[in-house]
Design a protein around this ligand. Structure first.
Ligand SMILES: Cc1ncc(COP(=O)(O)O)c(C=O)c1O
Length: 364
């Protein structure tokens, strides 16, 4: 048996007729940029997030940088985030002219440690940017409490957490603004690049809509200089087809996660911890092992593909050498990065496949 880390082909096969027809309709109407399909998707995705407003943008990285810009964050400002994430999180901060400031993560959930935030706040701090990594929301009660007391904005990086909930509320409504990626492998993935910003602040979303479309409200009036970062008509049409299935797909991921957790309970690996206040959507199922590299090779030999998200924390990346953060400066982040292994996770996995993966991990 060969089991990939993600399988976009089996998903396409299950929705082919609907997706093909949605694509053809966009081409027939030549509605490539903007238009009704995009507006419908934005309304439907806002409703899915149980939020007031949504704007589609070119990708998740732009979603983050435009949200930060719209909040007035720029040169001279600092934004507190984690180093255990994809580089897009901090690229977006740097794109505004601000500087990322890293805090460590919690040992169990591998998410931002709220207990580390206050020590990182300086007179330049303007925002906290928690990353709901792997599909699990961060501890938003504690993060919001600190942010409110210090008059900081909270920008959620929800690129991996479409549909996840914290105390019953969906990502997208937990902070001031939330940013999503529709990169193909995400829980809601386009057939190319795409992203969205969601918020209950309709004025803020309107500002992001302007920034993402050359700073204009109408065709020939530019209120400000913006960028070109729009979700295109084809992607919106495909995403509308897929959004209707997202709750079902997330539920399937939860079933696979429960099966993995049951089968791997006593095999000597650390299982992912879920905060009791969180409803995880399992973008990735990440186990930990001190013998991670050997385990990854053993799984590969048995036909099981795995990944490491992410092997080198951002503060140790060459791109951030100017921050001069030495090894040991974020001890939990560094330890976790050397031990994590992502197992195959996608809605279409079968029971037979999850059992096969679990047996391969257990070495039987
Ligand atoms: C945590 C995180 N933030 C931001 C991004 C950026 O999204 P995109 O690739 O759509 O720019 C991604 C995904 O790639 C991500 O995983």
């Amino acid at each position: 048996m060969k089991i990939p880390l993600v399988d976009l082909q089996s998903q396409y096969a299950s929705i082919k007729a609907e997706v093909d027809s949605a694509i053809q309709q966009v081409i027939d109407r030549t509605a490539f940029i903007g238009g009704e399909g995009l507006e419908l998707f934005e309304a439907e995705f806002a409703a899915f997030c149980e939020a007031k407003a949504c704007v589609g943008v070119g990708n998740g990285t732009d979603a983050l940088s435009l949200a930060l810009r719209a909040l007035g964050i720029g040169a001279g400002d600092e934004v507190i985030t984690v180093a255990h994430t994809f580089i897009a999180t901090t690229e977006a901060i740097s794109m505004t002219g601000a500087q990322p400031v890293f805090v460590d993560i919690c040992e169990d959930t591998m998410l931002m440690d709220p207990g580390k935030i206050e020590a990182a706040i300086t007179p330049r701090t303007r925002a906290v940017l928690p990353v709901h990594l792997y599909g699990q929301p961060c501890d938003m009660d504690r993060i919001l409490d600190i942010a409110r007391r210090h008059h900081l904005k909270v920008v959620e990086d929800a690129a991996q957490a479409h549909g996840a909930r914290w105390k019953g509320r969906r990502t997208g409504t937990l902070g001031d603004v939330a940013c999503f990626s529709f990169y193909p492998g995400k829980n809601l993935g386009a057939y190319g690049d795409g992203g969205a910003v969601v918020s209950n602040d309709e004025t803020l979303i309107q500002k992001i809509r302007m920034l993402a479309n050359h700073g204009r409200l109408d065709k020939y009036t530019h209120e400000m200089e913006g960028v070109n970062s729009r979700l295109d008509g084809l992607q919106a049409a495909i995403l509308r087809v897929k959004l209707r299935r997202l709750d079902g797909w997330n539920a399937a991921r939860c079933r696979h996660a429960a099966r993995y957790a049951g089968a791997l309970r006593d095999v000597g690996v650390v299982l992912p911890a879920v905060n009791p206040n969180a409803e995880h959507v399992w973008h990735l199922f990440v186990i930990r092992s001190r013998e991670r590299d050997q385990l990854q090779v053993r799984l590969k030999d048995k036909g099981v593909a795995t990944g490491v998200h992410y092997p080198l924390p951002l503060h140790r990346q060459p791109a951030y050498r100017h921050l001069n953060l030495k090894p040991g400066s974020l001890p939990v982040t560094e330890r976790v990065a050397s031990e994590i292994l992502s197992l195959p996770m996608y809605p279409e996995l079968t029971e037979e496949q999850t059992a096969f993966v679990a047996r391969a991990v257990a070495g039987v």
